[in-house]
Design a protein around this ligand. Structure first.
Ligand code: SIN
Ligand code: CO
Length: 377
């Protein structure tokens, strides 16, 4: 499967117009954004994935307005015995599990990869869904198999059902409704109330985004800084006087600590370096699989010339100015590697052809870690 054409993806709208008028502002329905798209899975193959321990799966059930959420991996028997209605099975990280999923996610590369999160797929029988809710991040909901009715609302009331295991809006009143067919797509900005109800056996593919929270960035930056800190000095009190209140922390000690903490220094470069590492860091459950019998440097170089390479779907390469990051580590760039690394980060692959020895050296080390693979010939 090739990346889907951008022309269709936004229904002929330019990315400039989309970003100006819709992104983070207004919902957008695109009929036949992906003509011919039916998804790559059916209920049985999604159930298989939901039983794997390298997949993040959830089963949401509702009975008499009581919601129940369970996390996978599941037993196949349990999934096969689900009732005819009232549930939804969701698997996240489909871009790691299916090469087509990775390509679908990266069809949205007119937006920064640093903002992309993952591709999720859900299956629901007729009437099923995850209930009326809002998400914190932007999402493109792409209809795969079957039909789904999407209801959306501009309501300000975001009150939630108390005690429910997921966010369910207690007073959802739809003001727009559409029925989506395979290949149709609905874009929703963050915090926009919506409710998707399956009309038939139904699969929805969600391209989800992420945005860091200020609290998370500050906390993580302090952790990063801690590893880099080199502070001099030791508190001393040669003029200490006898105290009658030995439980009291001396004011001089507090003043000394304030001064020491004021002396912690960091600048924009530290923040940028932290951000590159943090955003390119794989999620906690992601593990890379090194090749079983890796090629040596010479055979690898020959194969790269012939086939080119691809980033493993789990890999993230990002850059800012002259700094490059792969999977949470800064890349030690060598002379002449900048242009090719930018190309690799943007397109997630390098075509067949000769490469500089410095680049081949880096690529071989990543190949041995499972961060990249040779492109199939
Ligand atoms: C679903 O696929 O059922 C849920 C997607 C969403 O509402 O964000
Ligand atoms: Co949602």
């Amino acid at each position: 499967m090739k990346a889907f054409s951008l022309k269709n993806l936004l229904g002929g709208m330019s990315t400039t117009k989309f970003l100006r008028d819709y992104w983070q502002k207004e919902p957008l329905l695109v009929r036949q954004a992906l003509p011919g798209f039916g998804g790559w899975l059916d209920r049985a193959s999604l159930s298989d994935l939901a039983c794997r321990d390298n997949a993040e799966s959830r089963l949401l059930r509702v009975r008499k307005n009581q919601w129940q959420l369970d996390y996978g991996p599941f037993e196949r028997k349990q999934l096969d015995r689900l009732p005819a209605k009232g549930w939804s099975l969701l698997v996240s990280g489909m871009n790691h599990l299916l090469p087509e999923g990775d390509r679908l996610l990266h069809s949205f590369d007119f937006l920064p990869q640093a903002r992309l999160d993952d591709l999720m797929v859900s299956f629901a029988p007729p009437g099923g869904g995850v209930g009326p809710h809002f998400d914190s991040y932007d999402v493109f909901l792409i209809q795969g198999q079957g039909r789904r009715r999407w209801e959306i609302s501009s309501q300000d009331n975001l009150e939630l059902v108390e005690g429910a295991p997921t966010r369910i809006l207690s007073n959802f009143v739809a003001d727009r409704t559409w029925e989506l067919e395979p290949g149709d797509m609905l874009y929703l900005p963050p915090r926009f109330p919506h409710n998707g109800v399956a009309l038939t056996d139904c699969m929805t593919w969600s391209v989800g985004f992420r945005a860091p929270k200020a609290q998370e960035i500050a906390t993580q930056f302090l952790i990063y800084l801690q590893d880099k800190l080199e502070m001099e000095g030791l508190y001393a009190d040669p003029d200490l006087k006898t105290t009658r209140h030995s439980g009291r922390i001396p004011d001089e000690l507090t003043a000394w600590a304030v001064e020491a903490i004021h002396n912690i220094r960091w600048d924009e470069r530290d923040v940028a370096d932290f951000l590159g590492r943090y955003i390119s860091e794989p999620k906690a459950h992601v593990f890379f699989e090194p090749p079983e019998r890796p090629l040596g440097k010479t055979s690898f170089a020959k194969a790269v010339v012939k086939k080119g390479i691809r980033l493993d779907p789990r890999s993230q390469v990002l850059y800012a100015h002259k700094s490059f990051y792969i999977n949470g580590e800064e890349i030690n760039t060598l002379p002449g590697t900048g242009k090719i690394l930018r190309n690799l980060a943007d397109s997630r692959q390098l075509p067949p052809g000769n490469l500089d020895d410095n680049v081949l050296f880096l690529l071989h080390s990543w190949y041995e870690c499972g961060y990249i693979t040779l492109a199939p010939s």
